[in-house]
Design a protein around this ligand. Sequence first.
Ligand code: URA
Length: 433
Amino acid sequence: MRMYEIIEKKRDGFELSLDEINFFITEYCNNSIPDYQAAALLMAIFLRGMNERETADLTNVMANSGDRIDLSSIAGIKVDKHSTGGVGDKTTLILAPIVAACGIPVAKMSGRGLGHTGGTIDKLESIPGFNTSLSTEQFIDNVKSIGISIAGQTGNLAPADKKLYALRDVTATVNNTSLIASSIMSKKLASGADRIVLDVKTGSGAFMKTFEDSVELAKTMVKIGKNTGRKTIAVVTDMDIPLGFAVGNSLEIIEVIDTLKSKGPEDLKVVSFELAARMLELSGIGNIDECRARVSNAVESGKALSKFAELIENQGGNKDVINDSTLFPQPAYKLDFICEKPGYIQFMKTDQIGIASLVLGAGRETKESKIDYSAGIMFNKKTGDRVEAGESVAVLYTNREETLLHAVSLLKEAVVISELPHERKPLILAYID
Ligand code: URA
């Protein structure tokens, strides 16, 4: 088999066989296929697409490219959750302690920031001392002892995805249904959960910008999950606006803590609580209304916040951050982003807001960049809100003073103001099961 012929076949719009997909993934992981040929095939897939069978084969081959985690020694049904990525998306850190506080084990492997989107692991690492690099044994032991663990993906979990994602990131081949579905589902299959809740983001801050594309992605992933024996559902949620007010690692953790104390932003609460309820429902402990009531109760009773404190302590972090936000790394510089004219915020180019936060230091410019955990943006106003000239729309935080003007210029383009009032869209747009 020759890689040249596989590229040619897909370039001309033909279907790839399981053997060809297997050859590509195996040889690329062995470094026998160079990046330029892999990139050419990715672009051919991006332009020509893959059918359902090819997408399922690609997912399974990638899931088998490394270790598969066996969670069977943990009692009960393990429900995983995955978001397709967004800006200010900190839902995992709210729903995971809620679900664990309701008695359902949470064994969650998460990723780092990608492009304009933030990552759960970077956010957790902003908590002084928090260790996300656990061995599989430690990870499983933590879930057995306190019902929850959140860790970075071990090096050998779907390594094919790791290699391919890095290449897609720099070859403009991320936003393709088959490539995103196989990337996400290969990791979910390899990480061993019995059931999966997917949060498929849609809008300017998501990889899928249109509702139709997001529904197609959701349906593709749900089908892959079901065909591999894992009950899977997807919730399509709005990402045309940052979720909550905070964008940036420690700022987001502070907002998570506020939400677990019932003092968080309403949009963040609605999406996180609904995803938590769907996880509980999938675990079989009740119907959706009972599960929603359990979620509210876990927060109102303080049990979810205590579970979050237990998680922090168990993974070496300083749990005092829960009552003292000055224990987080502090930024040296802050600047208000001031509105120049009165009106209503009509639209927020949310991916650009993610990039502004990255420029301030909250994300990585290159794989080697070091994150500034204190950097980010705290919004005072969002889409639909009235703003007056001279009013602060957001506050920017950083340790790199030289980044402030660039970030402000990005925000000027990203926050679109008009004279007409504008209503916000609903947050939960569709359920796919
Ligand atoms: N998240 C992933 O893990 N993979 C993608 O391709 C896109 C978002």
